[in-house]
Ligand binder design. Structure first.
Ligand code: NOJ
Length: 447
């Protein structure tokens, strides 16, 4: 029988983020971020949303870490809540926020679980949303101030850092579609915020280096390998343009210090929307990082479209499976890994997210007996193992997510977790996939 093995020190983990799982919105001095505000103001947008995200990790983290240990997790990914640390725009540090993450980090380490920390996973403070968020250049000041406190407070023990999670979503998708708070649609702000987010990333990496801390730093980027609809046509160009306006808009600046050239040459809408002096600014601020987190969920399929601003159109739902949040195509993970290895000289990679969101049909039993998730994990882990065999430098895999939680556009419609959460009571139940993943970690292998 074919076996797909992993190196003995491979880091199997699970992921989370502060807003989606912590709850305790106003506890211990925390103030509102833009999601607290959005779900309070427009509950109907988030279908079935509760007054606060109820995976209740803030209250239950001690018990949750015990569960992680029981499962055998080697690593756990989480983010720091900005408004727990800085409740006010220009105010003092909130020590209670620092205390919470210190206790969490210490507990993880005591249990042999390596923390992977994202400084920013989408929970923009409301006071920063009100000044335009990342589309306002002032964000660089606030972001670096926040990053500095994170490094000073946790940098002695946290060895794996990401400056930010999926800027393609919180900059590009959020502004281009206008579906995120503050619900404004602006192509220009999408590109401006992308540019300032990259500067924030470089500045944080630079500061981290200067502080001589004992770990590694990078960013977490959503990777979408794009295939042409008709490979015998100029859809191959369409697929390239599409990938350059999405994934490569981030990976090229992060690794190479420049934006994808084809787009700025061939797509006037992009060139015109960029802030002045962007290319020089990017090149002068560029700092290489140590690691990259890649979130893989689905591939893209695109065709060439002369009149579209990006000269391409995405064919949606090509690989969709009913009842699943995203298209499902495990082989795309392998293709993406080989692509990154070649283009960026084999960097150190963490698959920082990969997971299956299943439509909640309201029946707990169905949600817990999640054979389909087991199949999903197995098929994707085979691709990870094959990539490692092909020489890709993948050090870890984080199943998304540890718990069922809040989704930033779909509210509580889909469940991704290995742990079932009763959102009324906060009660946790291990799903069938929880036991499967436990066995994978123990065997260091999938079949
Ligand atoms: C990627 C995001 O980082 C995460 O916040 C989200 O829950 C998952 N995608 C699933 O949609």
């Amino acid at each position: 029988m074919i076996k797909f093995e992993f190196p003995k020190d491979f880091m199997f983990g699970t992921g989370s983020s502060c807003y989606q799982f912590e709850g305790s919105t106003y506890a211990d001095g925390k103030t509102e971020n833009m999601w607290d505000w959005a779900t309070r103001m427009y509950p109907e947008k988030y279908k079935n949303t509760k007054t606060e995200p109820s995976s209740a990790f803030y209250k239950n983290f001690r018990e949750d870490v015990r569960e992680m240990k029981a499962q055998g997790l080697k690593t756990f990914r989480f983010s720091i809540s900005w408004t727990r640390i800085f409740p006010e725009k220009d105010g003092e540090i909130n020590q209670k926020g620092i205390d919470f993450y210190n206790e969490l980090i210490d507990l993880l380490l005591e249990n042999g679980i390596e923390p992977f920390v994202d400084i920013f996973h989408w929970d923009l403070p409301l006071y920063l949303m009100e000044i335009g968020g990342f589309s306002n250049k002032e964000i660089i000041h606030y972001f670096t101030k926040f990053a500095k406190v994170c490094f000073e407070s946790f940098g002695d023990r946290v060895k794996l850092w990401s400056t930010m999670n999926e800027p393609s979503v919180f900059c590009h998708a959020a502004w281009m579609n206008g579906y995120w708070p503050p619900y404004e649609k602006s192509f220009k702000k999408a590109l401006e915020s992308a540019h300032y987010a990259l500067i924030c990333h470089y500045r944080a990496v630079k500061m981290y280096r200067e502080m001589n801390l004992p770990g590694k730093i990078g960013a977490v980027i959503a990777i979408v390998p794009v295939y042409p609809l008709d490979p015998a046509s100029n859809d191959t160009m369409g697929a390239t343009y599409s990938m350059e306006t999405t994934t490569l808009w981030w990976l090229d600046p992060i690794f190479l210090g420049k934006y994808p050239e084809n787009i700025l040459r061939d797509c006037p809408a992009y060139a015109e929307a960029m802030p002045e002096g962007y290319a020089e600014e990017l090149a002068s601020e560029f700092v290489p990082c140590d690691i990259i987190g890649l979130n893989y969920y689905y591939p893209g399929v695109a065709k060439y479209e002369e009149d579209s601003p990006s000269k391409s159109t995405e064919i949606e739902n090509y690989y969709i499976v009913e009842g699943q949040k995203f298209e499902n195509y495990p082989a795309g993970l392998y293709d993406a890994m080989i692509f990154v290895k070649k283009r960026y000289n084999n960097p150190e990679i963490y698959i920082s997210e990969n997971g299956l969101g299943l439509l909640d049909n309201g029946r707990k039993e169905d949600m817990i007996n999640d054979d389909i998730r087991i199949k999903y994990i197995r098929e994707h882990l085979r691709m990870v193992s094959r990539s490692i065999d092909a020489g890709v430098n993948i050090k870890g895999y984080y199943y998304w997510s540890n718990f069922d939680g809040f989704e930033n556009t779909a509210g509580y419609t889909y469940r991704f977790g290995l742990n079932y959460i009763d959102f009324e009571t906060g009660e946790r139940t291990r799903k069938k996939s929880w036991y499967y993943y436990q066995k994978v970690i123990n065997d260091c292998c999938v079949d």
